[in-house]
Design a protein. Structure first.
Length: 99
């Protein structure tokens, strides 16, 4: 039903990202990450809606501007606004992914 809309390979990592939106800060487990976006477990209802802009903090690898592109019952999907961010490359490499 929902196809892979990311152009780059997705990597599964065991880590948590912090999503900052307005006064909210959500710590969400990462489902998968690619150079263009990130999927997060979000079993709790969230105020984020498709089109919302936010900041994603990757542990020890910096913060990236992102846009919400999908909200589902158990997940949240964000697209990074920067093309091919070095922070994401180093985060994936640090978690065992080969790019």
């Amino acid at each position: 039903m929902f196809g892979n809309r990311r152009l780059q390979k997705r990597y599964t990592v065991n880590a948590t990202a912090k999503v900052l939106h307005g006064a909210s800060a959500l710590d969400l487990p990462i489902r998968d990450i690619s150079l263009s976006g990130i999927g997060l477990d979000a079993s709790n209802s969230t105020e984020l809606t498709v089109g919302a802009l936010c900041l994603v903090a990757l542990p020890s690898h910096g913060k990236l501007d992102a846009m919400v592109v999908g909200v589902r019952a158990q997940s949240l999907h964000l697209r990074f606004l920067q093309t091919d961010p070095e922070e994401v490359r180093s985060f994936i490499a640090a978690h065992g992914g080969e790019i």
